[in-house]
Design a protein around this ligand. Structure first.
Ligand code: C2O
Ligand code: CU
Length: 465
């Protein structure tokens, strides 16, 4: 009975939020759809070539066992979506819908926006995604272990007004820290957590090593890439075919530009339009070109007689309804990212790595607790703000803000300013100004998406009232 009451309450909260973000949209869609059953569970999966990983975690659709990777969840812009999370793990969990601007009660941050979902329990998520694009989902509890063990999936929010493609490929990029026999090894090394983060040992796309997908020869393919690894910053490049970048972090690029080399940090997404070669069997190969040893992420293989499409036929995607900040009235808020003196961290229901290495505005995050530190700032609902984010460390940090999209106004390290985003990859010593409208009420976490940094202090939050 308690669960049911909670469910009903959340449903009404969700609808209220949907109205706040787009009244016409919520009014049009009416009733909440049947929930998609999403079961967090253990599964067997062959990840490493030489063994079985016995404790891989995944999301399965339905309540039965699901042997594969987390499904791509498909939603529609402006239409209500519902999911019921069942926890069949042996520890608490939640789901965070990364990049979706949805009501705070649906955001999946334990203690702050919802209770822990304990093993055997369930939780109902109901919301209306206001933006179309490529997003993703993952737990917000014991994340280094849970995400590292497999719990990262891609979300596609469809827009019927998007240009048509001949094929669509969704790629979930991530690594695994596996040792001999395909067993998980220590998820991190403290000395790496205090630097750039600890890398996995096995690289995959869609849980496979260098997968190859058949797509129409001479066709236009939309590739949706989500970097869901806990550490790795990719430098994406394509060989064998021309491509344009059409969206970054779910938002349309005003003028699609040719893909050269693109840095994509943990949490970020990129949508590409690729024009396939015309001859059957030819490949377009997506690679990572960081450092001296480039490697293949995935490949597309041309099949059939050529469709003879032209990349210039791809028009810009429709933009999402992100409010433009009023810069003349915007209050400026400094956000300083720093290393901090190392000390022991407090234990937490959602796991602690046991160390503190990082801080935001000098305050290291104490962990998921019912008694957190004060918000960075209380923001006024509907007001505009400029965040002056300064990375005062020699490491890159993909900084993610929940519940809101922001626009990068200026940076001392970049000339190209991307469309609105939920995650900015701050380069070493980068100082950037980003603008936002505080149009979504609630407590919203801001944190580094290198999970070891998030879990060793580089987390804070805003309160919007
Ligand atoms: Cu994608 Cu707070 O996370
Ligand atoms: Cu970081």
């Amino acid at each position: 009975p308690m669960l049911r009451r909670r469910t009903l309450l959340q449903g009404s909260v969700a609808l209220g939020g949907a109205f706040a973000l787009g009244a016409s949209v919520a009014a049009k869609t009416g009733a909440t759809p049947d929930p998609q059953i999403l079961t967090a569970q253990f599964t067997d999966a062959q990840i490493a070539a030489d063994g079985v990983t016995p404790k891989v975690m995944t999301y399965g659709l339905g309540e039965g066992t699901h042997p594969g990777m987390p499904p791509v969840l498909r939603m529609r812009k402006g239409e209500a979506y519902a999911a019921r999370l069942f926890n069949r793990l042996d520890e608490p969990t939640t789901v965070h819908w990364h990049g979706l601007r949805i009501p705070n009660a649906m955001d999946g941050v334990p203690e702050m926006t919802q209770p822990y979902v304990y093993p055997g329990d369930h939780f109902d998520y109901v919301f209306t995604p206001p933006d179309a694009g490529t997003f993703w989902y993952h737990p917000h509890c014991n994340t280094l272990t849970q995400m590292g063990s497999g719990l990262t999936g891609v979300i596609v929010v469809e827009n019927p007004e998007d240009p048509a493609f001949d094929a669509e490929i969704v790629l979930n990029l991530r690594d695994w820290r596996l040792g001999a026999g395909g067993k998980f090894i220590d998820p991190f090394k403290p000395r790496d957590a205090a630097r750039g983060g600890t890398y996995g040992t096995v690289r995959t796309a869609n849980w496979q090593r260098e997968p190859v997908y058949d797509v129409p020869a001479g066709g236009l393919v939309r590739v949706r890439i989500a970097a869901t690894d806990v550490t790795r910053i990719y430098t994406i490049e394509l060989a064998g075919a021309p491509a344009t970048v059409i969206a970054l972090d779910g938002n349309a690029v005003d003028a699609p530009f040719p893909l050269d080399r693109l840095e994509v940090g943990p949490g970020q997404r990129v949508d590409l339009a690729i024009r396939m070669p015309e001859s059957e069997g030819e490949r377009a190969t997506l690679g990572n070109f960081r450092g001296s040893s480039p490697w293949t992420i995935a490949a597309l293989r041309a099949v059939g007689t050529s469709l003879k499409r032209d990349l210039r036929d791809i028009v810009a995607l429709p933009t999402n309804p992100v409010a433009e900040a009023d810069l003349s009235a915007a209050k400026r808020i400094p956000i300083d990212l720093t290393a901090t003196a190392e000390h022991k961290a407090t234990p937490s229901i959602c796991g602690s790595l046991g160390y503190t290495f990082w801080a935001i505005n000098k305050t290291p995050w104490p962990g998921d607790t019912s008694d957190p530190v004060a918000p960075i700032e209380e923001l006024k609902l509907g007001a505009s703000y400029v965040l002056e984010i300064a990375n005062r460390t020699p490491h890159a940090h993909p900084i993610h803000l929940h519940g809101l999209s922001f626009r990068i106004l200026a940076s001392n390290k970049r000339s190209f300013l991307p469309p609105p985003t939920d995650t900015i990859l701050l380069l070493p010593d980068e100082q950037a100004e980003v603008a936002l409208v505080a149009d979504n009420p609630g407590d919203w976490v801001i944190h580094c998406h290198i999970i070891e940094h998030q879990k060793t202090g580089m987390t804070a939050y805003f309160r919007i009232v």
